[in-house]
Design a protein around this ligand. Structure first.
Ligand code: CO
Length: 131
């Protein structure tokens, strides 16, 4: 079962502009910026003093995420829940919802896996296990 909401993922067309906007408007601070080529994304993790986090995602050209941005535009992309063991959660959840990832993969800050939004009332859910 999920322990807490880890972060909210937001799809943006320009990462640097989005970072500046969120910093200026909401006072979030950049923890890290990284390109994860296998996921087709340049991403930034931003946090607030109390521990809440945002993940801003700028798709790399030609990626799946770039097509999502083209189709749906910028906005809320996913909500991430922290779990103790992603692999264990995936086997439990495979009975209940449609999985996008059958196995955990390496994310920005640990092992992650996505659950299909059509099983979860239209919300893309990411599970994350910190390592
Ligand atoms: Co995420």
């Amino acid at each position: 079962m999920a322990k807490r909401v880890d972060h909210v993922g937001i799809l943006v067309s320009n990462l640097d502009e989005a970072i500046k906007l969120y910093e200026d408007c909401l006072g979030v601070v950049v923890d890290k910026i990284e390109t994860v080529s296998e996921q087709g994304v340049r991403a930034a993790i931003l946090s607030l003093a109390e521990g809440a986090k945002l993940e801003l995602l700028e798709p790399l050209p030609g990626s799946n995420l770039a097509r999502v941005l083209e189709k749906r535009g910028e906005g809320l992309h996913h909500i991430t829940f922290e779990v103790d063991d992603v692999d264990k959660e995936l086997s439990r959840l495979s009975e209940l919802v449609e999985l996008i990832d059958k196995k955990p993969r390496q994310g920005l800050e640990g092992l992650v896996a996505f659950l299909h939004p059509k099983s979860l009332r239209g919300v893309l859910i990411e599970l994350c296990q910190r390592i």
